[in-house]
Design a protein around this ligand. Structure first.
Ligand code: M6R
Length: 618
C-alpha cells in the first residue's frame, strides 16, 4: 500500500522537509516503488522519483526535477515552506516511474495532491477533463484530482470548497491530502483508506499510518469514512460531508517507535492476516455488478474464450491455482494446475487456444517465469495473476490481472492468498460468461464474495485459534484434510504451519487419508478437517470418524458446527456461506493456528529459516 505523510509546521526552514523525509522513511516498511514530496512554497516545490527514497533525496540535493518545468524551486533551499505532503507509491495504475510518482499537480501548479486508494471512475473523469483542455502527464487515476480542484479554483471557489467539490466527484477509495502554494493548511479527505492525524506540540501531522510521525507525537485522531480535515500548524478541524464540524476523540498511542511499522502487532504476518478484509474490498472494487450477476474485468479485453486453462505456480500460489482449477472445472472449463518447476509446455497439449495463468504474488518467481516463457513460446495465451504492478510476470504475459493485496512483508503468504482466491473467483465467472453466454454467474456466489470481508472480520474478532494452537504445542505432526473446494486450503494450512513453526505438517484431499497417510495417525497427531455444511459434508465426516477411531484429536473448521461439531474435539467456526467462499474464510482460522503455534514456540515468524519472500533462482 502507498504511504502518506503531511506536516504543517509553520516555520520557514528545513523542518518541514526533514520531517516529510523522515516520515517517508518510517513508511518504507509498507513497500513502495517511488516517492515524492510537495512543499507549500509559492510557487509549490515538488520533487518525485522512481526507486528508493535515496533517489528522491539525491534529486533534492542535486536540485530540481526535469519533468515539471513550472516548478520554481531548483534546489533543496526552495523547499522551506510552512507545510508539505509526501508519498511512497505502490503502483496500481501505470508502472513505477518519475511521472507516475506522487504528488500530482495541476498543470499550472495551483495544487499538489497525494492519494492512497483506487478511483474507480477515473476514466470518465479523465475524458471529461481532457475535453475541458486538461493535459494528463501520468498514467495514474490520481491525476484527475488536482485537475478537478484546479477547475473549481479557476471558477473562483475557495481552497477548501474546491477540494470538497473535487472529492465529491470521486467514486472508489481514497485517503487524499492537498497543498496549495503559500498556504499553510493541508486539506485531507478519507473514504475506505486509512488516514490518521497527529497532534504535535510544534505542528500537526497527517499520515496513512501512525509510524510516519510516531517520534514527534503519540496523540492521534483517526478519521472516519466521509470525513474531511483542515490541518494547519496551530489547529486541526474535522468536518463531515455536509461541512459540519465533528468533535473527535484524541487517542494516545503507546507503541514503541521501533515496532510501529507493524501497527502495534508483534509481527507483520499478524498484521497482514488482519488486513485481509481491506485487501479483499480493494480486490473486488469496481469488479462486480451484483444485480446483473456479472463480473467486469476490463484487463481481459481481447482475451479469446480458451479451450482449456493451465495454472502454473509455486507454494501458496500453487494452492490458489488448485482452487482456481476447481472453480473453472465446475463451470465446464477444462483446467489443470501445475507446480511451475514441473511444467514443460513442450510435453503438454498447449496451443493458441490454451490460456496459461501464472499465479504469483511477487511476479518474479523464477520457476513460474520459466513456465510462462515456455508457454509463450508454445503459442499459448498467457495471463499473469500477480500483486506487483510491472513485475516480470506482468510485463511478459499477454494479459495481467492484479490481485490488489498491497505489499506483503512477511515471508509467509497470507493476505495475498486470500486476494488470489478472490481474483480467481472473478476470473472463473468472467471466463464462464465468455465461454457460454447463456450461463449467468451465480448471484449467490457474487453476493457472498461481497460479504467475504465481513465474514473474515468476524473470524478475526472471535477466533479461538490461539487456544486450539496452544492445546497442541507438543504434537508429533499436524494433518489437514478437506474435499472439493476445501482440499487446496488443507494443503495451504499445512504449508503455513510447517513454514513458520518448523513442525511436521501435511495436507491431503480427505479421501486420500486411507490410502497411506492413515498409518501415521495417532493420538499425538491432531487432524484439522475443513468441512463445508453444504457440500461433501457426510463424506468428509466419514474421514473424520476414520481418524478419530485411531485416537487422533479432531479440529473441525466449519460453517456448520451443529452438523459437524459432535464429530470434533474442537471447532473453529466460520460464518455460513457459499461453498466456494467458505474455504477462503476457513483458511484465516488456519493462518491464526499456525501463527499462534509459532508464537508460542518463539519462532522468528516473519523470516523463517532458509526461506525468502521472492524466490528468483531455479
Ligand atoms: O511470489 P510467488 O507467489 O510466486 O511465490 C511463490 C512461493 O514462493 C510462495 O507462495 C511461498 O510458498 C510462500 N512463502 C508461502 O507462504
Amino acid at each position: 500500500m502507498c504511504g502518506i505523510i503531511g506536516y504543517a509546521g509553520g516555520e520557514s526552514d528545513d523542518t518541514v522537509l526533514e520531517r516529510l523525509l523522515h516520515g517517508l522513511s518510517n513508511l518504507e516498511y509498507r513497500g513502495y516503488d517511488s516517492a515524492g514530496i510537495a512543499v507549500a512554497n509559492a510557487p509549490l516545490a515538488v520533487e518525485k522519483r522512481q526507486g528508493e527514497l535515496s533517489e528522491l533525496e539525491r534529486a533534492l540535493t542535486d536540485g530540481g526535477t526535469d519533468s515539471d518545468d513550472w516548478i520554481g524551486s531548483d534546489a533543496v533551499d526552495g523547499f522551506d515552506g510552512p507545510t508539505g505532503i509526501g508519498h511512497t507509491r505502490w503502483s496500481t495504475h501505470g508502472p513505477p516511474s518519475d511521472v507516475n510518482a506522487h504528488p500530482h499537480t495541476s498543470p499550472n501548479g495551483s495544487v499538489a495532491v497525494v492519494h492512497n486508494g483506487i478511483i474507480e471512475n477515473y476514466c470518465e473523469l479523465r475524458e471529461e477533463l481532457s475535453a475541458a483542455g486538461y493535459e494528463f502527464r501520468s498514467d495514474t487515476d490520481t491525476e484527475v484530482v488536482p485537475h478537478l480542484i484546479d477547475q473549481e479554483r479557476s471558477a473562483g471557489v475557495d481552497r477548501f470548497a474546491a477540494f470538497r467539490a473535487a472529492i465529491d466527484r470521486l467514486e472508489g477509495s481514497y485517503a487524499i491530502a492537498a497543498v496549495f502554494p503559500g498556504c499553510e493548511t493541508i486539506y485531507v479527505a478519507r473514504h475506505e483508506s486509512p488516514l490518521v492525524l497527529g497532534l504535535g506540540e510544534d505542528g500537526n501531522f497527517l499520515a496513512s499510518d501512525v509510524p510516519a510521525f510516531i517520534e514527534y507525537t503519540n496523540q492521534v485522531v483517526y478519521l472516519d469514512d466521509g470525513e474531511f480535515a483542515a490541518v494547519s500548524p496551530s489547529s486541526v478541524t474535522v468536518s463531515d460531508e455536509s461541512g459540519a464540524v465533528v468533535e473527535k476523540s484524541i487517542e494516545t498511542i503507546d507503541w514503541d517507535p521501533e515496532d510501529a511499522g507493524k501497527s502495534g502487532y508483534d509481527h507483520y504476518m499478524r498484521k497482514e492476516i488482519t488486513e485481509q478484509p481491506r485487501a479483499i474490498r480493494d480486490c473486488l472494487r469496481g469488479r462486480i455488478e451484483e444485480l446483473g450477476g456479472t463480473v467486469s474485468l476490463p484487463e481481459l479485453e481481447g482475451l479469446e474464450s480458451p479451450s482449456s486453462v493451465q495454472f502454473v505456480a509455486c507454494g501458496t500460489s500453487y494452492h490458489a491455482g488448485l482452487f482456481g482449477e476447481r472453480l473453472l472445472q465446475r463451470r465446464g472449463i477444462p483446467a489443470q494446475t501445475f507446480v511451475a518447476s514441473e511444467y514443460d509446455a513442450d510435453e503438454l497439449p498447449v496451443d493458441e487456444e490454451t490460456l496459461v495463468v501464472g499465479v504469483t504474488q511477487s511476479g518474479e518467481t523464477a520457476d513460474t517465469m520459466r513456465a510462462l516463457r515456455g508457454a509463450n513460446r508454445a503459442g499459448a495465451t498467457t495471463l499473469a495473476l500477480t500483486n506487483v504492478v510491472a513485475s516480470s510476470a506482468a510485463r511478459e504475459c499477454d494479459h495481467v490481472l492484479y490481485i490488489r493485496a498491497g505489499p506483503e512483508i512477511s515471508v509467509a503468504a497470507t493476505k495475498s492468498f486470500a486476494s488470489q482466491q478472490v481474483t480467481l473467483s472473478l476470473l472463473a465467472t468472467a471466463l464462464a460468461d465468455t465461454a457460454d453466454p447463456s450461463s449467468s454467474a451465480s448471484r449467490e456466489h457474487l453476493r457472498e464474495l461481497r460479504r467475504l470481508p465481513d465474514h473474515i472480520q468476524s473470524v478475526l474478532d472471535d477466533s479461538n485459534a490461539r487456544s486450539v494452537a496452544e492445546a497442541f504445542l507438543e504434537s508429533d505432526a499436524y494433518f489437514f484434510i478437506g474435499r472439493g473446494y476445501n482440499a487446496p486450503v488443507a494443503l495451504e494450512g499445512a504449508l503455513k504451519l510447517k513454514e513458520i513453526t518448523y513442525r511436521h505438517a501435511e495436507g491431503f484431499p480427505a479421501g486420500e487419508l486411507k490410502h497411506g497417510p492413515l498409518a501415521l495417525v495417532t493420538e499425538a497427531t491432531p487432524v484439522f478437517a475443513i468441512v463445508s455444511g453444504r457440500e461433501k459434508t457426510s463424506a468428509t465426516i466419514g474421514n473424520v470418524t476414520e481418524v478419530q477411531a485411531r485416537g487422533a484429536p479432531v479440529v473441525a473448521v466449519t460453517d456448520s458446527p451443529e452438523t459437524v461439531g459432535s464429530h470434533a474435539d474442537y471447532v473453529l467456526e466460520v460464518p455460513e456461506t457459499h461453498p466456494a467462499v467458505m474455504p477462503i474464510v476457513a483458511n484465516v482460522q488456519l493462518q491464526l493456528v499456525a501463527y499462534w503455534l509459532a508464537d508460542a514456540l518463539d519462532r522468528p515468524i516473519d523470516k523463517p529459516r532458509n526461506l525468502a519472500k521472492s524466490v528468483t533462482v531455479l
